[in-house]
Design a protein around this ligand. Structure first.
Ligand SMILES: Cc1cc2nc3c(=O)[nH]c(=O)nc-3n(C[C@H](O)[C@H](O)[C@H](O)COP(=O)(O)OP(=O)(O)OC[C@H]3O[C@@H](n4cnc5c(N)ncnc54)[C@H](O)[C@@H]3O)c2cc1C
Length: 383
């Protein structure tokens, strides 16, 4: 196959310049493909829908390891609170999370795309796609409502939980969600800044947890719960913070800003890829149904997809659609745990068993996946 087929305006058109889209675009562009990214925000650091906590594996084994160090803050412990606010400190030697100055991280990622030859179009929304021969004819709109048209060999939907690419191309759509809301307190300092404070409470966070964390520029405090589209319930974050704020040393001022969004929680969608249209990240439902962490899986899947698209064009490698499906985590155990948690969540076992060995073991599995230094994996750095 010719590397650059001139009947296409680009080899890959990616919709969305967040973690999944950036990873896919970077991997494909670095392997020599012509990559265009449409991102509807004019500033990638605005209107964020993530806390932005990055797990150790993503921090060390992916391109994110190159992020400017002053937009990262290391958190080595989890303090888990029972509904009655008794707490348990958890850690795994050698393991950590990074909280981030997420607006800056997203802007840095956009710069990385440009530096690596990606045609990044900010303020450009994807609107429509139609199959056109072996490729796709894609339509969009720029901020000034100017039409965008592009003929691409492959179309990648990295456009989040409510993917328009999935809708327009007839791919699978995410049906089950958590809903998360978070306040940001700029400049605030927690007395215990190296801990991620997590709160189990069926009253405030049915189906998930509440959290408070120090980041490089302030404090984030949030709450997520199971989203029911029939009886959409707004998380009572003010009530939650009135209950836990003083305990963790949160300032009593009003927050400076709010982040909120839907989090897929039912595993990968079906079909995830077909006929040169492929989904990745939240659009593909690739988020842990238990921890609701999606940054690392979005990055890993997006990157694999970008490499597969390049391998196919350059050397006739395996069909990227197959790679997209096979490399998507299935989350079988985590989906079973999600099912059980949705039906049998009670506060009393957490109050009763907080300091017991089985609960500590289970909590360490969830937060650290048994991965301290003792089980350190061989690092696959991407440089
Ligand atoms: C409140 C909250 C807190 C979270 N906290 C964490 C956490 O701490 N750690 C963690 O690992 N995960 C967390 N998650 C999950 C994590 O944020 C997502 O899994 C991750 O951001 C997925 O990345 P993505 O690139 O697939 O999609 P997204 O980050 O959702 O990005 C989609 C991008 O597509 C763009 N886009 C959408 N539609 C269009 C269109 N039509 N045209 C052009 N562009 C478009 C959007 O503007 C956006 O930039 C959280 C989620 C929420 C909601």
């Amino acid at each position: 196959m010719a590397l650059h087929d001139s009947s296409y305006d680009c080899d890959v058109l990616v919709v969305g310049a967040s973690f999944a889209g950036a990873a896919c675009a970077l991997a494909a562009a670095r392997a020599g493909l012509r990559v265009t990214v449409l991102e509807r925000k004019t500033d990638p650091g605005e209107r964020l829908r993530t806390t932005g906590i990055v797990v150790k594996e993503a921090a060390e084994q992916t391109w994110l390891s190159r992020a400017p160090s002053d937009c990262l803050h290391r958190v080595e412990r989890v303090r888990l609170y029972s509904p009655r606010l008794q707490s348990l400190a958890l850690n795994a030697p050698g393991y950590y999370f990074l909280t981030t100055d997420t607006p800056r991280l997203m802007r840095w990622l956009a710069d990385e795309l440009r530096r690596n030859g990606v045609d990044l179009r900010l303020g450009a929304s994807f609107t429509q796609a139609q199959r056109d021969g072996d490729g796709w004819r894609v339509e969009g709109r720029s901020q000034g409502l100017l039409p965008i048209q592009c003929r691409t060999r492959s179309l990648v939907g990295a456009d989040g939980a409510k993917s328009r690419v999935a809708e327009r191309t007839g791919l699978g759509r995410v049906r089950e969600f958590l809903y998360g809301i978070e306040y940001e307190f700029a400049g605030a300092q927690l007395p215990e800044p190296d801990a991620l404070h997590c709160f189990v409470s069926k009253r405030y966070a049915p189906g998930y947890i509440g959290w408070v964390a120090q980041n490089p520029t302030g404090v984030q405090a949030g709450l997520a719960l199971r989203h029911d589209p029939e009886r959409a319930r707004v998380p009572d974050i003010d009530g939650f913070l009135a209950r836990v704020g003083a305990l963790v040393g949160l300032p009593s001022e009003r927050p400076d800003s709010t982040r909120a969004g839907l989090i897929p929680c039912s595993g990968p969608v079906f079909p995830l890829a077909r006929d040169g249209a492929l989904l990745t990240g939240d659009a593909a439902g690739i988020v842990s149904p238990v921890t609701a962490g999606g940054i690392h899986s979005a990055w890993a899947h997006g990157w694999t997809l970008g490499q597969a698209l390049a391998a196919q064009v350059r050397s006739g490698g395996p069909a990227p659609e197959r790679v997209a499906i096979d490399s998507a985590p299935r989350f079988r155990t985590k989906r079973a745990l999600r099912w059980a948690f949705d039906r049998f969540q009670f506060d009393w076992p957490f109050d009763l068993l907080l300091h017991s060995a089985p609960l500590r073991w289970a909590a360490e599995q969830v937060y650290f996946h048994k991965r301290g230094d003792s089980q350190a994996q061989v690092l696959r750095r991407v440089d």
